[in-house]
Design a protein around this ligand. Structure first.
Ligand SMILES: NC(=O)C1=CN([C@@H]2O[C@H](COP(=O)(O)OP(=O)(O)OC[C@H]3O[C@@H](n4cnc5c(N)ncnc54)[C@H](O)[C@@H]3O)[C@@H](O)[C@H]2O)[C@@H](O)CC1
Ligand SMILES: Nc1ncnc2c1ncn2[C@@H]1O[C@H](COP(=O)(O)OP(=O)(O)O)[C@@H](O)[C@H]1O
Ligand SMILES: [K+]
Length: 506
């Protein structure tokens, strides 16, 4: 068993891949062995998390997730714990593994009760074994009335005792990180301050790390039930470990500024165009590119030449028509407003490497010719990274932001295929997708990043990584990891602003 600390890369497996692994492992093991291992792992972690628990309450569902809970009950009872189980399932309808687990729990003398024991306190432990990977969005034949299940879930979530979820927090979709309808915690449940842990069994699943998954899982553990050898090909990867080394300090001594590439930020609509000045977005991206290690950073503002001097002397002003396209990595769209449309045909056709952000994406979404020009870049061998947030992704895919969020991995992959380039779908658990590559989920970052301009900073940092010679997928993964890590290491006593974040980058 390992605690997932987000410090190393991890293979992720979808429900289908996990089922395949389970089938392969089960066929070479004695009957019920996997579930016994699952129950034992759960009991071990329970004892470690709540060594002084006077009571352990286990709420078990009617499927095999409930079976894991029943196995854990038998182990914990044998370890001398005061265990009670609520199991609204029935032996005659339980799947075979869960039926065997029920028999073991009964034989061990586990107490069955309709609800939690009275007086559960912070030292006690609750175990959520209601639903695992068998969750269906519309349960076609639930063996337990959904209302009973929801009532149990509510008692688990609002109890003061430590909460350990078996395999998944019940109701969370393991593939997407979204709660099924009716399962998302309400305000009172979300505000409950109990310690929460999740023990993922056999595999780590993508939904644990994106969308609502991070909040749902809280602290995460993984046990492969000694079945690692049966793992099929990964569905996705979790980023982690050391980033590709883009640091100047480790570069050859005779490097010069040209060795680290030129970034040209193109964006920042002026105030006069529509009464909305957005030059700050371009400066933020430029500052991030500079602090991220680009050799030279130029800024081409879309402000009709109103700005005469950059806010930092390291930055250079350029007109779009004065850019040396074969040399530059363009970061285009930050604060670009409507003005960016006029320059996009040139940028898409000419930029040697391109990060397309914000209004650059919105323009492509609403203009077929620009979309075709974007796709054409791949045929011309010109690398591109798109950096949409969910609403921008929805515009590009002609769907709603809710549909994007409903399956972030699929949405990012669909965008990457449609535009034949790398895509960073931003938000909690950013997804990085590139045609022909395993998609990545980024584990760093936190809600402090939910402040204006941090997306511009990310675009600039990706530009710096591309300019330093990383391939688009690697550049995007490295920059997203570093951007989130900067927020994770942010001093508690300082508020995070985008300009301070840009200056904090490496
Ligand atoms: N079979 C085995 O050998 C192993 C199974 N494992 C456990 O088994 C779990 C998967 O078991 P199952 O496939 O039985 O699935 P689950 O136990 O996760 O869920 C299936 C049950 O929940 C009900 N249900 C599903 N969606 C519902 C909804 N929206 N509302 C109300 N009820 C709903 C179904 O009717 C069914 O009774 C894993 O998550 C894991 O915990 C692990 O122990 C590994 C080994
Ligand atoms: N809750 C969160 N957890 C992790 N990252 C977040 C969270 N909220 C925002 N971010 C990150 O912050 C950045 C915001 O970008 P974006 O939405 O484009 O904002 P803006 O346009 O204001 O710069 C993205 O990198 C996104 O992934
Ligand atoms: K569960």
């Amino acid at each position: 068993m390992e605690r997932i600390n987000f410090d190393q890369a991890q293979a992720l497996h979808s429900v289908a891949a996990t089922r395949a692994m389970e089938a392969a492992a089960a066929s070479s093991l004695p009957a019920h062995a996997l579930m016994q291992r699952a129950g034992a792992a759960c009991a071990r972690l329970a004892l470690a998390l709540a060594p002084h628990a006077r009571h352990v309450w286990i709420a078990c569902g009617s499927g095999n997730n409930g079976g894991d809970g029943l196995e854990a009950a038998a182990w914990l009872h044998q370890a001398g714990k005061n265990v009670s189980v609520t199991w609204p399932g029935a032996p005659e309808t339980a799947p075979p593994d869960a039926h065997a687990a029920w028999q073991r729990a009964v034989a061990a003398g586990v107490v069955f009760a309709p609800g939690p024991p009275p007086g559960l306190g912070p030292h006690d432990l609750c175990i959520d074994a209601l639903l695992g990977i068998g969750l269906r969005s519309q349960a076609d034949a639930p063996r337990m009335p959904p209302t009973a299940l929801h009532a149990l879930l509510r008692q688990l979530r609002t109890s003061p005792a430590t909460l350990l979820a078996v395999d998944l927090p019940s109701g969370l979709d393991a593939d997407t990180g979204q709660y099924a309808a009716g399962f998302a915690p309400d305000a009172e449940e979300a505000a409950a301050s109990t310690a929460r842990h999740t023990l993922s069994l056999l595999t780590l699943k993508p939904g644990l790390f994106t969308a609502q998954g991070r909040d749902a899982c809280a602290s995460l553990w993984h046990d492969d039930l000694q079945c690692g050898a049966f793992a099929p090909a990964a569905t996705a990867e979790l980023s982690g470990g050391r980033q590709p080394d883009a640091r100047k300090a480790r570069a050859p001594h005779d490097s010069h500024k040209g060795s680290f590439g030129d970034v040209a930020v193109i964006g920042g609509e002026g105030l006069q165009a529509r009464g909305m000045g957005m030059t700050g977005a371009a400066w933020l991206a430029a500052s991030a590119a500079l602090h991220g290690g680009a050799g030279r950073v130029m800024v081409a503002l879309l402000d009709d030449g109103q700005t005469l001097a950059p806010p930092w002397p390291e930055l250079m002003l350029r007109r779009v028509d004065a850019l040396d396209w074969p040399q530059v990595t363009a970061v285009c769209g930050c604060g670009g407003g409507e003005a960016v449309r006029a320059v996009l045909p040139t940028v898409l056709a000419q930029a040697a490497r391109l990060v397309l952000d914000a209004d650059g994406l919105n323009a492509v979404a609403s203009d077929n010719a620009l979309a075709a020009a974007l796709r054409q870049r791949a045929h011309a061998g010109l690398p591109t990274v798109l950096t949409p947030h969910p609403l921008e992704a929805a515009r590009l895919l002609q769907c709603t932001a809710a549909q994007v969020q409903a399956d972030r991995l699929a949405a990012a992959q669909a965008l990457a295929e449609r535009y034949a380039c790398s895509v960073v779908l931003k938000g909690s658990g950013s997804i990085i997708a590139t045609p022909g590559q395993l998609p990545r989920i980024n584990p760093t970052g936190n809600a402090r990043l939910a402040t204006a301009g941090t997306g511009d900073v990310l675009a600039g940092l990706i530009g710096a990584r591309l300019a330093q010679g990383l391939a688009p997928h690697a550049a995007a993964c490295s920059a997203v990891l570093a951007h989130g890590a900067a927020a994770d290491h942010w001093p508690d006593d300082r508020s995070l602003t985008a300009s301070a974040l840009a200056a904090f980058l490496q």
